[in-house]
Write a protein that binds this ligand. Structure first.
Ligand code: GDP
Length: 592
């Protein structure tokens, strides 16, 4: 089924879950185009990743192609139960609990706070239940449940987001009242801002004599987080995870902030969820903690998660107690998947196990048909094109520098570079090497990383490579600013320099009827590589610049020849060697 162009409006039917490749096929656009459009909505998905109907529908509507849920074909449209007919997506659903993530600097009390909040829920008679760490838990407060993601820190938060799973409704940033705002506090704030999630500040450790909540508020103001006392609109709650003081206020603030968002979901449809964490249990097989996003998950439901199918054989809550069903925003641990999914994966209920297997099979076939194209992240090279195409309105940058001073200078110079069409926004600045966390933030936000006089950690470099995140290194401020400026104006020209791999001297000439002239040469320096370009120098003057057509040692074609060896060299489109010519083997390396 593909998008149809007829006399009426274009329409497309879409299943509950589809790979990006599958979606692009149906919409008649390239997978890269689909990936780019998803990115503009904060969804970072590779070609073979699965996205849900709602997300796919947004892309399709943007293209003027009206989406509708696929009917009998994928057997999943029945997910929408009859009583929901005529309703529009989640808008018409029932209120659902908020999902909260706790972030902040190391040792400021994230884990302690999560534990203390969990304990507020231990009511009489229930105290026997031993809480287990399953990656998320839900408490109830005055009849209002709140779900907490039990993996503190922005790494998990942003990793989920990078996979297109924005599950957090409220972010609580913890700041220890004795220690104040620290580098990871700022990082956490930037990650939350980039995700556009409402933030509450928990000023923790107020029981300590050295606690100074006012100082924390001042420091936050310096980061443009202005709390209520200071005339801003960010709620800041003094708490102590140790004594339990202020926890009630914190929960109340969470209620308040989430109420404004009017969070809704439809409990009457088949469930969709996000994998929070998963593992292989030696006795029970794959176990996955799922956060139900929409619908109600029931024991016996057939499941699909990417290339994994399964069935809910048993379901447990965070106290290890069995559940028969779980509604929106409820975290549950399920048994019965055929394999271990990854955190951030979308999981969904389908009509029955046969349908589950068929969908997995279809996804597998689509995946096999797709070539391994990397996701098309915005780069300085492609920026102008993206801007012209209307795909990019803001150039998001992450700035890493050696010292604070240069960060401020570069940041303020960058901010004014924007043009009428595109704004420049630095979403995060910090000192020190480019880290995995920076790459994740860039990946999730569609940002470019500018590294000024700092190195990139090897793990970050490989992460960037995998996710197609661009890291640009500079040693001179002027060059950094110039490349951003040129990229914005569409004048950006990559600059290459020649790196010589080896040189050889022509000593004897041969002719072959098949390949033409062969230069019998001696390698005087370095290594000659078959894939190299070659300059022919005669008396110091360049007489040709071409590429290597072949390297031979005796009768064998070889990839390389090292210094001190003799070899036969054939060049592309060059047949005029003279004895004594110097052949310079080189490759181009990008320098900006
Ligand atoms: P995380 O790294 O942010 O998860 O921090 P932890 O929860 O591990 O807490 C770090 C340290 O601070 C631990 O020794 C905690 O006992 C202590 N701590 C956490 N919250 C409080 C608090 O409210 N008051 C005091 N006095 N100590 C706390």
């Amino acid at each position: 089924m593909t998008a149809r162009q007829s006399s009426g409006p274009r329409t497309v039917t879409l299943p509950e879950a589809i790979t990006v490749k599958g979606l692009s096929d149906r919409l008649g656009i390239s997978p890269i185009e689909a990936i780019k459009r998803l990115m503009t909505h904060g969804v970072m998905a590779a070609m073979n990743d699965t996205i849900d109907y709602e997300t796919a529908a947004i892309v399709s509507s943007e293209l003027g192609i009206a989406p509708s849920p696929e009917a009998a074909a994928a057997a999943v449209a029945t997910a929408v139960r009859e009583d929901e007919e005529g309703e529009e997506g989640d808008e018409a659903g029932a209120p659902r609990p908020p999902v909260v993530t706790i972030l902040g600097h190391v040792d400021h009390g994230k884990t302690s706070l999560l534990d203390a909040i969990r304990e507020t829920n231990v009511v009489a008679g229930e105290a026997g239940g031993i809480t287990q760490h399953i990656g998320a838990y839900q408490i109830e407060r005055g009849g209002n449940p709140i779900t907490f993601i039990d993996t503190p820190g922005h790494a998990a938060f942003t990793a989920m987001r990078a996979r297109g799973a924005q599950i957090t409704d409220v972010a609580v940033v913890v700041v220890a009242a004795d220690d104040g705002v620290m580098p990871q506090t700022i990082e956490a704030i930037d990650h939350v801002r980039a995700a556009d999630v409402p933030m509450i500040i928990a000023i923790n450790k107020t029981d300590l004599p050295a606690a100074n909540a006012d100082r924390v508020k001042q420091q936050l103001t310096e980061q443009s987080v202005v709390v209520e006392d200071y005339g801003g609109d960010v709620l800041a709650v003094p708490v102590s995870a140790t004594t339990g003081a202020g926890l009630g206020d914190l929960l109340e603030s969470i209620d308040l902030v989430s109420e404004i968002q009017e969070l809704k979901a439809n409990p009457d449809r088949l469930a969709t969820g996000t994998v929070i964490e998963a593992e292989l249990d030696s006795r029970r097989g794959p176990l996955a903690t799922i956060l139900v996003r929409n619908g109600t998950l029931r024991q016996g439901d057939a499941l699909v998660s990417g290339l994994i199918s399964g069935k809910v054989k048993a379901m447990f809550d965070e106290r290890g107690e069995r559940l028969k069903e779980a509604g929106p925003a409820r975290p549950v641990r399920i048994m019965g998947l055929e394999d271990v999914p990854a955190a951030g994966d979308v999981i969904e209920v389908v009509e029955n196990e046969r349908a589950a297997r068929r969908i997995v099979e279809q996804t597998r076939r689509e995946a096999e048909g797709a070539s391994g194209v990397r996701s098309g992240h915005v780069t300085l090279d492609t920026l102008f094109h993206e801007v012209s195409a209307g795909n990019v309105k803001e150039l998001l940058l992450i700035l890493k520098t050696d010292v604070r001073g240069s960060a401020e200078a570069i940041r303020s110079s960058l901010q004014v570079l924007g043009t009428g069409e595109v704004k420049v926004k630095v979403i995060h600045t910090s000192t020190g090497p480019v880290s995995e966390s920076d790459v994740m933030l860039a990946g999730a936000s569609g940002a470019i990383i500018l590294a000024f006089n700092v190195r990139t950690e090897p793990s970050a470099a490989s992460q960037a490579e995998i996710n197609g995140v661009e890291i640009r290194s500079y040693e001179v401020i002027y060059q950094l600013l110039e490349s951003v400026e040129q990229a914005l104006e569409g004048l950006y020209e990559p600059v290459y320099e020649r790196v010589v791999d080896g040189t050889a001297e022509v000593r004897q000439l041969f002719r072959s009827s098949r390949v033409g002239q062969i230069a019998g040469s001696y390698v005087t320096d370095g290594t000659l590589l078959r894939g190299d370009r070659v300059r022919v120098l005669r008396n110091g003057e360049e007489v040709a610049d071409t590429s290597c057509g072949g390297l031979r040692r005796f009768q064998d074609d070889v990839r390389e020849v090292q210094q001190g060896f003799e070899c036969g060299i054939v060049l592309e489109r060059f047949d005029a060697f003279e004895e004594g010519d110097v052949l310079e083997f080189y490759h181009q390396q990008r320098v900006n």
